[in-house]
Write a protein that binds this ligand. Structure first.
Ligand SMILES: Cc1cc2nc3c(=O)[nH]c(=O)nc-3n(C[C@H](O)[C@H](O)[C@H](O)COP(=O)(O)OP(=O)(O)OC[C@H]3O[C@@H](n4cnc5c(N)ncnc54)[C@H](O)[C@@H]3O)c2cc1C
Length: 330
């Protein structure tokens, strides 16, 4: 069993910056990532999209930004282990035993959970045919815009992801539908306004997708049910994008008596959880009961604060602030 000072769970943008910060503060760390690659949501959900709101990066494709973050995370030769899903964290005698896929174990003095939205189990709509056409026209994320070229696409959901996806693929699509089960949208007003102005977009409210039909190889149509008129109709589509969120996988908390709030891990202003030695940052952590700003830059700042507090937890005589990186000569 390998022993280290800190285990970081997740190599999304938050976990990668935390890995870099652990190096900056000379903390022995190992980062464990369940997927085969780094980047989290940036790679799993929107690798082709441009990101504009990360400091000092005016515009960059999400997949390239993830590569840059990985390069930065490796500056102090810290390790990120891929295909390493953390299945449990067990507190034992002031330390933690971290189980990976019930196969491998590590011990660590401290833990930083950067698990984001979990390990990507998208919510399903429960329509007939949904599983049959998964990967044959049913998508839970848009990885390549080219998959939708000249197609008629139904996007299910009313949140930011659904509207972002519509705006991303509309330029190459023949037509898009946004289908929402009630009469409100959670997406940003500006996105809703942009989609309403798009001549290739049709918004259908108060409708559930009941069935996804096809020829066995590809999607051909969907059947939708109008909750207000109790009527059904069929729409010809070539693809269905289901964007109704992700399940948070609580398995990593099984043996940790950690306080949560809805889908978030509760943290204080130092990003410490209710368990001494366990910290959380990024999309999975929240200091307040309000919905959080789930953003790359926010997760990065949280990781920075968490790591400096972890340094003090591991080495009580260390200073909280490790100094400016500009004083280094690497
Ligand atoms: C469509 C879309 C567009 C977006 N656009 C922007 C944007 O323009 N700008 C912006 O700032 N933000 C944007 N975001 C939000 C941004 O992607 C997230 O805030 C950010 O990815 C959060 O990073 P994270 O590292 O906290 O979590 P994630 O990116 O979710 O990464 C968590 C990582 O932890 C891993 N993990 C989870 N559980 C385990 C486990 N048990 N064991 C091991 N590994 C585990 C996951 O596999 C994943 O790799 C967007 C999000 C979406 C969905």
């Amino acid at each position: 069993m390998e022993d280290t000072d800190l285990i970081i769970v997740g190599a999304g943008p938050t976990g990668m910056f935390a890995t870099f910060c652990a190096g900056l503060r000379d903390i022995n760390s190992i980062t464990l990532e369940s997927l085969g690659t780094h980047g989290g949501q940036m790679i799993e959900l929107y690798p082709d999209k441009m990101v504009y709101d990360v400091q000092a990066v005016p515009k960059m494709k999400s997949s390239e930004l993830s590569d840059k973050m990985y390069e930065q995370s490796m500056l102090f030769n810290r390790r990120i282990e891929f295909d390493s899903k953390v299945t449990d964290i067990i507190p034992e005698n002031g330390k933690f035993t971290v189980e990976v896929k019930n196969e491998k174990k590590y011990t660590a003095k401290s833990i930083l959970i950067c698990g984001g939205v979990g390990d990507f189990h998208p919510n399903k709509i429960g329509a007939e045919g949904e599983d049959n056409y998964n990967g044959k026209g049913v998508y839970y994320a848009i990885k390549s815009v080219d998959d939708f070229k000249d197609k008629t696409v139904a996007i299910i959901g009313g949140g930011d992801s659904a509207f972002d996806y519509q705006m991303q693929i509309s330029p190459v699509c023949k037509k898009t539908y946004i289908i929402q089960h009630n009469n409100t949208f959670k997406a940003a007003e500006s996105s809703v306004d942009a989609v309403k102005k798009d001549s290739k977009a049709e918004i259908i409210m108060n409708n559930d997708v009941k069935k996804i039909n096809g020829d066995g190889n590809t999607v051909k149509s969907i059947e939708i049910f109008d909750n207000t008129s109790n009527t059904s109709k069929s729409i010809d589509v070539d693809a269905v994008v289901i964007a109704i969120g992700y399940k948070v996988n609580p398995s990593i908390f099984k043996s940790l008596p950690i306080e949560t709030n809805n889908r978030y891990i509760k943290v204080d202003h130092n990003y410490k959880t209710s368990v001494d030695g366990v910290y959380a940052a990024g999309d999975m952590a929240n200091v307040s009961d309000e919905p959080k700003f789930a953003l790359i830059s926010v997760g990065g700042a949280e990781a920075y604060i968490a790591i400096n507090n972890i340094k003090k937890y591991i080495s009580p005589n260390a200073s909280l602030f490790g100094g400016h990186s500009s004083s280094l000569n690497l």
